[in-house]
Design a binder for this molecule. Structure first.
Ligand code: SF4
Length: 495
């Protein structure tokens, strides 16, 4: 059978695409079962994410003639999944359409309001082969595990799927299904994202030395799941499992040898669950993948120490992201993060100042208990760590996350379909005020934090025109305009 896998966009606008790793893993399962897989990634379409995607998908289906179309995405991909599935149903009434990954958090909507036939819950390594087998034999889905499907009697859910114990039994993602070159990140773009702020990082020279002469890096994962379940986090797998260091080294080596990859962005939800694993990982990199550089996407501040950070840095780590979320213990408790403001402060300072790793501070604001006082505590954290790079995100309540219970209890989202579309439209902008402060105060928190941090920069550096321009004015210029300025400076020999 031919199985077409579609990376369903989560936003209306263009941009923000990344390697569809989940679908590449699914592609590997499909091929291991003896079927043919193809990946359709609308993010790569030249057209805006509009009608042209439907036309491009139609052409792909005509060319590939799939028996099954599978949709992967997140909950805000819902509107797009609905649109695409309807268009496929019109052209191909017999097509079997399935969905999985984080998109399964809106399984009920998918099975009642769209043309999707089957939703996979949790990981698909065992449920997908069984499903494809039953489809081929025409034996029906009733005996399967880990799925929900539409039947004449309504939506039917089957027992949960058993998770794979040993992640090393899973084949590497089927990278050959995509033009991998198109998904590489250029390390110069990473550097540019720091703008002038990398100047403030004590370990800047080491980082520049480490990436010198290297260019391409790519997302990779070494684990599944997390040990926690934060208020805003969608988790469709239980617990935390990690590949062995041997498997991870072989995976990195494979990407280096076959695709010329020079750097890696570990997109694990939790990279540093076990200290011994991290230290073995560093030994492995030194032994089997010397000279690479890597970024860590998901780490916890309560599982690091100086020795570990130095070892990571010594083996090529250039950036670590902790997800500090807040400077307030009250809010961290509400988030169920299991960390404290003090840990956030101490570990961030240790990482940036003493060890010299890039460490963007990631803040989430707007949980039900957030107040002006807790925002002040977060500003206090940002100032204390001298945050030179930070992001502020409003808590976005989505189906499947623990905070969704609050939304349902208070009846804040009468029309979930409409709401998902709105979230997809506005990206991370604030939509639902879960706090008890007035809307205008709640909406103003981001600019308040940024304003205070700008003043702090100028105060720390002393009010000089040069600092004012670099630290306050330049970050306010839209990126597109900045690129034009850079290009013009290059043309006139000043770039
Ligand atoms: S620690 Fe991070 S990955 Fe784990 S549940 Fe919390 S937000 Fe999610």
């Amino acid at each position: 059978m031919n199985i077409l896998l579609v990376n369903v966009p989560s936003r209306r606008g263009k941009g923000g695409f990344t390697l569809p790793l989940g679908l590449l893993y699914v592609g590997g399962i499909v091929e291991r079962c003896g079927h043919r897989a193809r990946i359709f990634d609308p993010y790569l379409c030249d057209a805006d994410l509009g009608e042209d995607i439907v036309a491009a998908l139609r052409r792909t289906i005509e060319d590939f003639n799939p028996r099954v179309v599978g949709f992967g995405g997140i909950s805000t991909s819902y509107g797009r999944a609905k649109e695409l599935s309807a268009s496929i149903r019109r052209d191909h009434p017999e097509m079997v359409m399935i969905a999985g990954g984080a998109l399964s958090s809106v399984a009920d909507l998918l099975l009642t309001k769209t043309d999707v036939d089957v939703v996979f819950h949790g990981e698909t390594e065992t449920s997908l082969p069984a499903f494809l087998d039953s489809l081929e034999k025409g034996t029906g889905f009733a005996g399967l595990t880990g799925i929900s499907y539409r039947s004449a009697d309504g939506v039917v859910g089957t027992p949960p799927v058993e998770q794979i114990g040993d992640l090393d039994t899973i084949p590497f993602p089927a990278y050959h299904l995509v033009e991998l070159d198109r998904y590489f990140t250029d390390v110069n773009d990473w550097l540019a994202s720091y703008e002038v702020n990398l100047e403030n990082l004590p370990g800047k020279e080491d980082i520049l030395r480490r990436i010198e002469g290297k260019r391409r890096y790519i997302p990779i994962v070494s684990s599944r799941g997390c040990t926690h379940r934060c208020l805003f986090c969608y988790r469709h797998m239980k617990g935390h499992r990690q590949n062995t260091v041997g498997y991870t080294m072989a995976h990195m080596k494979f990407l280096r040898e076959h695709y010329g990859v020079e750097g890696f962005q570990f997109c694990d939800e939790l990279f540093n669950a076990k200290r011994s694993w991290v230290m073995d990982f560093c030994d492995g990199v030194e032994r089997e993948n010397p000279g690479v550089f890597y970024l860590i996407g998901g780490a916890r501040v309560d599982r690091v120490d100086e020795e570990m950070l130095l070892r990571l840095k010594g083996t090529g780590c250039i950036e670590i992201n902790y997800g500090q979320e807040s400077g307030s213990d009250t809010i961290l408790k509400e988030y169920r993060k299991g960390t404290t403001g003090r840990q956030n402060r101490d570990v961030t300072i240790l990482t940036t100042k003493k060890v010299g790793l890039a460490c963007p501070v990631q803040i989430v604001i707007g949980s039900p208990g957030e107040t002006n006082d807790t925002i002040e505590e977060t500003i206090g954290l940002l100032k204390a760590v001298e945050a030179y790079q930070y992001s502020i995100n409003y808590l976005i309540a989505l189906p499947g996350t623990p905070v969704w219970d609050v939304v349902e209890d208070r009846g804040l989202v009468p029309d979930v379909e409409k709401y998902l579309d709105e979230v997809a439209d506005v990206g991370g902008a604030p939509l639902i005020n879960l706090t008890t402060v007035p809307d205008d105060v709640w909406r103003g928190w981001t600019s308040r934090i940024r304003r205070e941090m700008s003043i702090e920069y100028v105060r720390r550096k002393g009010l000089k025109v040069h600092d004012f321009v670099n630290m306050i004015l330049i970050p306010l210029i839209p990126r597109r305009l900045k690129n034009i300025i850079k290009r013009l400076r290059g043309l006139y020999g000043r770039g």
